[in-house]
Design a protein around this ligand. Sequence first.
Ligand code: PLP
Length: 346
Amino acid sequence: MDLSRFPRRRYSVGPTPLEFLPNFTRALAELCPDGQGPQIWIKRDDMLGLTPGGNKTRKLEFLAADAMAQGADTLITCGAPQSNHCRATLSSAIKENMKCRFVIEERVPGSYNADASGNNFLFRLMGVESITVVPAGTNMLVAMQQVAAELAALGRKGYIVPGGGSNAVGGLGYVACAQELQQQFFEQGVQIDKVVVGSGSSGTHGGLLAGFLGNNIQIPIIGIGVSRDPVDQDPLVHKEAQAVADLLGLNMTVPREAVLSFGDWWRPKYSVPNAAMVEAVQMLARTEAILLDPVYTGKIMAGLIGLARKGYFKPDEKVLFIHTGGAPSLHAFEPVVLGLTEMPAL
Ligand SMILES: *Cc1c(COP(=O)(O)O)cnc(C)c1O
């Protein structure tokens, strides 16, 4: 599959590491039936370029290139108060000498605090041009179109990057990741049995699936929902994978049964902590010195740990966890991840 016909900017130097996690694998086995668990591998997409990496970087390589091809001078995007995606979009805009404007949705009422640490601090440090805060349930596309109209009135040109960078163009970033992984499996002589990835706005899960199908990589992908249970999440992922496959001209219908996800671990609500997330963040930090985040990867890893505990993976099966980044928001949740705050047990 040839991605070279799609305009792309480069924000990372070479592939991100694909590594075995020996200490975490040992600690996980102790929690599994009969003390036997899967071997856990990690794809370090937290080490991608931009400030400081994460899955949005891959999507923005294609989205920013598209914005530049259209002559835009400003990237407009949207997200939740501690949005990694907004932070990465701002980084991309800075690199490309564009301005950047956000629409922030307060999914939890009153949760946006301009003085907060984590990503909010980085928004200010890197100099976002404007932030419009809107209540939960606002039509974000319409809100971003309003920002674009304000820019047009000033003789400027905005480019709307959808929430999470998840459309067909953004999904190409995870097709590129699928190709990178295929090359690494070959070079490192690793045969992975299952891939675990976060599933939110679905560009990562859907793009990776389209990339696996297009490259004939027959490893099942297990999504862990960060905001929805499978009944709502799977159709989104399917739609995204199909849109990416169509853009690639694969001429295929994405099989509905290729989309698999689990819910539950995102509860009680998107971005609201739970005890399983805290356990996962602490476990990876204390066994491998790798930082997860409270909103996404902590809950995604909690899903992997939870499935392993139930005996979902066969002993010694090789499971690859895609680390999609997010560590800056840890600093907005310090007492929580240290276990100093009461929270839902799940
Ligand atoms: C956005 C994000 C995700 C979810 O990826 P989607 O492509 O939106 O499904 C997972 N992890 C982190 C750290 C993120 O910022």
